[in-house]
Design a protein around this ligand. Structure first.
Ligand code: ZN
Length: 216
């Protein structure tokens, strides 16, 4: 049985070899990006709020856009894996009870078929030996898209966009809130406020990539 499984894995690799998550070039080893694309990734070295793997840009943004808009749920775990050492450098399994992904509106969840932040959060929850909690927070349908809005418009837009459906699930818990990208931070702030208001003990935040594009 085991050998059969191994044979199938090997066969799957031959039939569908690994490709770079950003440019689709063939890879001769299991990796997220080819060497050229990997050279465009700029690691985040700024403050830890939120904790972040890299700057939004280059091949990292291409891979994140493919995950979010290109029907590539397979990239979620690999992108989440990038975050694991970043988070483990600051938090241990003893510090965290729940990993909570920033929710997407139900209508978009149905359309996309997955929440990219939940896919990113899965390897993180596993590494932290914490529960991936996807039901406590929800985002209302019809919330206006955030792209292109400045920080104050985003904050206004987000007031009331999220709802804490199950406060019991977060009360007294130590939470890591996970999202794919942090732009102004308004989304993370809205979710963090709601979790703390609902009784969460402490909320840390983590994203794959950060941009300061709209910060001025
Ligand atoms: Zn590439």
């Amino acid at each position: 049985m085991r050998w059969t499984a191994l044979a199938f894995t090997h066969l799957a690799e031959i039939l569908s070899p690994s490709r770079c998550a950003a440019c689709d070039s063939l890879l001769d080893r299991r990796a997220l990006l080819c060497a050229i694309c990997a050279s465009t990734v700029l690691r985040w070295s700024g403050d830890g709020n939120p904790l972040a793997f890299g700057h939004y840009g280059g091949a990292l943004s291409s891979a994140l856009l493919r995950l979010k808009y290109g029907n590539r749920p397979d990239l979620g775990a690999a992108l989440g894996q990038l975050l694991v050492p970043v988070v483990l450098a600051h938090l241990t399994p003893r510090d965290v009870d729940l990993v909570i992904p920033v929710p997407v509106p139900y209508d978009r969840l149905v359309q996309r078929g997955y929440n990219q932040s939940a896919l990113i959060g899965r390897p993180l929850a596993s590494a932290l030996m914490a529960r991936l909690e996807t039901r406590a927070l929800a985002r209302k349908d019809g919330s206006v898209r955030q792209a292109g809005l400045n920080r104050s418009d985003r904050l206004k837009n987000l007031q009331g966009a999220f709802v804490l459906r199950a406060p019991k699930r977060v009360r007294g818990k130590r939470v890591v809130l996970v999202d794919d990208v942090r732009t102004t931070g308004a989304t993370l702030q809205a979710c963090e406020d709601l979790l703390l208001k609902g009784g969460a003990d402490v909320v840390a935040t983590a994203v794959v990539a950060r941009t300061e594009l709209f910060e001025s």
